[in-house]
Design a protein around this ligand. Structure first.
Ligand code: 5AD
Ligand code: FES
Length: 352
């Protein structure tokens, strides 16, 4: 047991009251991580969340609409060059039925996520969005369909989508280049995030913890990015290797570092929507519960048809691939109750 130094405690206090530190401050907190400092940060993070969201956990129903992707991100199990994946695409009717099933279970946020699949061009995807809005009143339709141009984002927004998730993956351009093929660029990714915001979407960004080549300095930049861009949502989860990718032998990100970053991000931007991700639940059986206790306030159970779930394998051993939607909702409700939290199915907009 080593108690954090007075300097570190002062930094935590400063972060909790000013929601800002200079790079030196973030570096010190990251470099001196200890179980005791993590505990202090988590306590402060929960305290910062309390007046805004209390012990409410927002649930988002996630439908994985296609695992067909034109991209070849080195970390991702559904990358184009992985020929061992059985590819699928849900038909528009299936997606709308699935969303409606979620609505009947109480979900008021539906997330459509998929690879960059040309079939889901603006007209087709816009139509799906419109139909979900019609059949699911009072529901926030969220999209997570990758990089598109501004006109496309505008089209989807006009169709009724109100939120868009596009993880930036890393705040460092050189690091980005080591995780992605040369056809993709960090600058374009950032342009997409700015376009989405200008169009009027609530925007989600995010990154993987412990992705290959990630350094402490990169993490300082992640925290700076959150402080500057203030994404409405920030999806962070551990990198987990997938056996059919070039990163198959790389180590996974850790539970402790992910929890630590969740707490830091909550303190930097207390209003942020912060999911305890499926990847966090995958590296630790109680990962999502621990995420809440570190400052998270969102979970995203899977609503995809069970028949295709195993095919949306971004990383190895992904959880919840065999359970029906209702089972996942029940399971999460119970898990949250056991730690004194309560799931809320309302839209769960960011409170600012
Ligand atoms: N481990 C963890 N997260 C991953 N993602 C993709 N591949 C992996 C992996 N191997 C994340 C990316 C992407 C999101 C949909 O899933 O951050 O943006
Ligand atoms: Fe899916 Fe527990 S959340 S089975």
């Amino acid at each position: 047991m080593s108690q954090p130094s007075a300097e570190l405690v002062a930094l935590v206090d400063q972060l909790a009251s000013e929601h800002h530190l200079d790079d030196e401050g973030y570096r010190a907190l990251l470099a001196n991580r200890s179980p005791e400092l993590a505990e202090l940060l988590a306590e402060k993070a929960v305290e910062a969340r309390e007046p805004i969201y209390g012990k409410k956990v927002f649930v988002r129903g996630l439908i994985e609409i296609s695992n067909i992707c034109k991209n070849d991100c080195l970390y991702c199990g559904i990358r184009r060059s992985n020929t061992n994946v059985e590819r699928y695409r849900l038909e528009p009717d299936t997606i709308v039925d699935c969303a409606r099933e979620g609505w009947e279970l109480g979900f008021r946020t539906i997330v459509l996520q998929g690879g960059e699949d040309a079939y889901y061009a603006d007209e087709v995807l816009g139509d799906v969005v419109r139909r979900i809005c019609e059949s699911c009143p009072d529901t926030a339709v969220t999209l997570s369909m990758g990089e598109r141009n501004r006109e496309s984002y505008q089209h989807l927004f006009d169709a009724g989508a109100s939120r868009y998730l596009l993880r930036h993956e890393t705040a460092n351009p050189e690091h980005y280049a080591r995780l992605h093929p040369a056809t993709m660029s960090w600058e374009h990714r950032m342009q997409c995030l700015r376009d989405l915001r200008e169009v009027g979407f609530q925007v989600g960004a995010g990154f993987m913890v412990g992705s290959p080549f990630q350094t402490m300095e990169h993490l300082v930049q992640e925290l700076r990015f959150v402080e500057d861009f203030k994404p409405d949502m920030c999806g962070i989860g551990p990198f987990i290797p997938h056996h059919d990718t070039p990163f198959r032998d790389e180590p996974a990100g850790t539970l402790d570092m992910t929890l630590y970053l969740l707490s830091l991000i909550r303190l930097i931007y207390p209003n942020v929507l912060l999911p305890a991700t499926t990847a966090l639940g995958t590296i630790d059986p109680r990962g999502r519960e621990k995420g809440m206790l570190a400052g998270a306030n969102v979970v995203m159970p899977n609503l995809s048809p069970v028949a295709v779930r195993k095919q949306y394998e971004l990383y190895d051993n992904k959880i919840c691939t065999g359970e029906e939607s209702a089972q996942c909702k029940g399971c999460l409700g119970l898990r949250m109750n056991l730690i004194g939290y309560e799931i809320s199915v309302d839209r769960g907009d960011i409170r600012k």
